[in-house]
Design a protein around this ligand. Structure first.
Ligand code: ADP
Length: 470
């Protein structure tokens, strides 16, 4: 069953129940009011007759004779039927309009003066409301008076009310069902639009399409915006995946082409010459190493995407930096590598990954710095609960427009220059390592003057007597 049908049925059903309860309450209240009013009229009539009997009889005469004089009861109009009975139940007087027929109720005594009227059916099928009252003369119960009136007018009024209630209720229910179905359709129309667009996107496999937002601030508007946000994210991921495949293929093609070329050379007899053979094999080994590095980096990034966890333990960062400094000196090839200020600092982290990060930064600094005049300086400082490691060079620098992108995968500011050894993954990995340690990497650079890469890591304060920060 569709939501629209369910909604319509629900509120039509609720309205039906409300109308039923309302109708029953109104009807029973009205019928009570009408009956009470009728009883009051009958009681007034009975009282008028009783008053008249009392007025026309002398109490002493009644006590002496034991009989009472009854008034002519027809003067009270023809709409009331009146019957007077003695205590033994014998009817002694009937109003003329009864034409000698006693009322179809027991005329026996024992009635109380607060009793309500009762409804009885006559032989002619007429409904009568009958009220009985005791007649007390000279402080003695002398008999009963019963006053009756046809209930036809009241019944007609109640019947008319019933009809009105039923007709109005049915009309309201019809109106609610039609109106409800219409409202439900109007309210759910944007959902249809959303479904159709989503289907179109699925069929066309075009993640660039977006669902139009009809009313921005309601529930459906927010749903549309959420779906659009999801589409944008999917589109980004999809593009990133396409870009990654293209980049990886591109990166692997170059070393493979080089290896293939060298193999061809060897096949064509290059192996015969010792020096050519050596250089060919060295090139092939270099390219294979590059591919291995690239594949390792890719594997690491794939693992980080899948939520790789680091093996964290306390690491003496100053000792680690010293190791990196020594290695940098080996890699320097004529560039001066300096160790600047070095505080002692402890961090919680994965020593291998942190070493890899620092070596990436040093490797980049060396790659983009010229031999002889080039200088790379490593420093470590503790500041306010943080450990700050910077790798500064006086090399080529990075153009301002490239700065926001250098941490992206496969991004190279100047592909022609950064070609040797680089795959454009080094900084992406470095940033992931920093963030996985709860830290970050910042960069400042000026073209022609050099760059400073700064790694911030939260300090681990456990060494006794070692204050946090400077
Ligand atoms: P690559 O493998 O190409 O070095 P990275 O992710 O390590 O990749 O660096 C991305 C780009 O950032 C590099 O291609 C280079 O253009 C630029 N870059 C990184 N470090 C430096 C630096 N110290 N000096 C100048 N440019 C740098």
């Amino acid at each position: 069953m569709s939501i629209r049908t369910r909604l319509t049925l629900w509120y039509t059903g609720l309205l039906a129940v409300s109308l039923l309860v309302f109708g029953l309450l109104v009807y029973s209240a009205l019928s009570r009011i009408l009956m009470t009013a009728m009883d009051e009229r009958l009681a007034a009539q009975a009282q008028a007759v009783i008053d008249q009997i009392e007025a026309e009889n002398d109490p002493v005469a009644i006590v002496v004779s034991g009989r009472a004089k009854l008034p002519p009861i027809d003067v009270f109009g023809s709409q009331f039927y009146i019957q007077i009975a003695q205590l033994n139940g014998q009817v002694v007087q009937l109003s003329d309009n009864l034409r000698g027929q006693p009322l179809p109720v027991s005329p026996a005594g024992g009635v109380s003066s607060r009793q309500r009227g009762v409804t009885v059916n006559t032989n002619q099928g007429v409904q009568l409301r009958v009220l009985s009252r005791p007649i007390v003369l000279a402080s003695r119960l002398a008999g009963t008076i019963q006053v009756a009136q046809s209930q036809a007018a009241t019944d007609d009024a109640l019947l008319a009310t019933r009809r009105v209630l039923v007709i109005v209720s049915i009309s309201l229910l019809l109106f609610a069902a039609v109106g409800g179905a219409f409202l439900a359709r109007t309210a759910l129309r944007p959902i249809q639009a959303i479904t159709k667009t989503a289907q179109r996107i699925t069929q066309a496999q075009d993640l660039r399409q977006r669902i139009p937002v009809i009313v921005p601030n309601d529930e459906l508007g927010r749903l549309t915006e959420t779906i659009n946000g999801m589409l944008a994210r999917l589109e980004d991921l999809f593009k990133a995946q396409q870009r990654l495949v293209a980049d990886v293929s591109h990166e692997l093609r170059t070393p493979l082409t080089t290896i293939q070329g060298n193999l061809d050379l060897l096949q064509r007899g290059a192996a015969d010459d010792l020096s050519t053979r050596k250089s060919t094999l060295r090139t092939m080994a270099d390219e294979t190493a590059r591919m291995r590095r690239l594949v390792n980096d890719l594997l690491l990034l794939a693992q980080t995407d899948a939520g790789l966890k680091l093996h964290q333990q306390p690491v003496e960062l100053d000792t680690l930096l010293l190791e990196v400094y020594r290695q940098a000196q080996v890699m320097a090839q004529g560039i001066t590598v300096r160790l600047g200020a070095e505080d002692q600092a402890l961090v919680l982290g994965d020593a291998d990954r942190l070493r890899q990060l620092l070596l990436n930064l040093v490797d980049n600094a060396l790659k983009h710095t010229v031999a002889e005049t080039g200088e790379v300086t490593l420093t470590l400082r503790r500041t306010g609960g943080w450990v700050r490691v910077s790798v500064e060079d006086n090399g080529a620098g990075i153009p301002t427009e490239d700065l926001p992108h250098i941490f992206e995968r496969f991004y190279r500011a100047d592909p022609s220059r950064s070609r040797p050894g680089g795959s454009g993954l080094g900084l992406a990995i470095a940033r992931w390592v920093a963030e996985a340690h709860g830290g970050r990497i910042e960069v400042e650079s000026q073209v022609g003057k050099g760059s400073i890469f700064t790694l911030w890591l939260p300090e681990l304060v456990t060494r006794p007597g070692q204050p946090a920060g400077e």
